[in-house]
Design a protein around this ligand. Structure first.
Ligand code: FMN
Length: 198
């Protein structure tokens, strides 16, 4: 996609979809991998990768354990920043906004769309807590599967979150470090767009 088409774009979600479609073709794996930044109660930033999943109209959703480090941080400060980097395209998309929890129905739907093995994995992982050794995790996984031959119930603490973008910035690599940056910020029902110095 040429810079010209990006300059003309008025809807950052449509532009994101177009870039994402290109990333799906060119990235070797996980084009939806995105860095998720949250903050501790005293303002320290923390960051880790998650997989972004679209849910209905929302593009920037992810699923995780609400009792994890990030989950506890989001409970204290429901705001986040995301950063996609598609190395194959030399492009970056940054998203910032408030975070809301998905409905239990939407979390259930996504949980049960995953493989049984992954559902069990999510159910037995006390994400971010200290684990004595790998054998303990594998034993829990086996035991849980045996104890639940039928449907795996979604753990109450495992759920989806969505970032409602207030700012979305598109960055494209340019020659001589003259990169292109286009910032969209929410403006009423629409978006205001500006070009930034690289
Ligand atoms: C490419 C990639 C994708 C990941 N996707 C997720 C995800 O969707 N949800 C999740 O909880 N953890 C995911 N992880 C693991 C997280 O990066 C992290 O280790 C975990 O969520 C614990 O983070 P926390 O201790 O900050 O809560 C992923 C890791 C990688 C490298």
């Amino acid at each position: 996609m040429s810079a010209g088409r990006v300059v003309e774009a008025e809807d950052p979600i449509e532009l994101f979809d177009a870039w994402f479609a290109e990333a799906q073709k060119s990235e070797p794996n996980d084009p939806n991998a995105v860095a998720l930044a949250t903050t501790t109660a005293d303002g320290w930033p923390t960051v880790r990768m998650v997989l972004a999943k679209p849910v209905g109209e929302e593009r920037f959703c992810f699923f995780t354990n609400a009792s994890s480090r990030k989950g506890e941080q989001l409970a204290g400060n429901p705001r986040a920043a995301l950063c996609f980097h598609w190395k194959s395209l030399r492009r970056q998309v940054r998203v910032e906004g408030a975070v809301t929890e998905l409905s239990t129905e939407a979390s259930d739907r996504y949980f049960h769309s995953r493989s049984r093995a992954s559902q069990i994995g999510a159910a037995v992982s006390e994400q971010s807590r200290v684990l004595a050794n790998r054998a303990e995790l594998e034993a829990r996984w086996l035991e849980f599967g045996e104890a639940h031959p039928g449907m795996i119930p979604r753990p109450e603490y495992w759920r989806g979150y969505c970032v409602r973008a207030e700012r979305i910035e598109f960055w494209m690599d340019g020659a001589h470090r003259l990169h292109d940056r286009f910032l969209f910020t929410r403006d009423g029902d629409g978006w205001a767009r500006s070009r930034l110095y690289p």
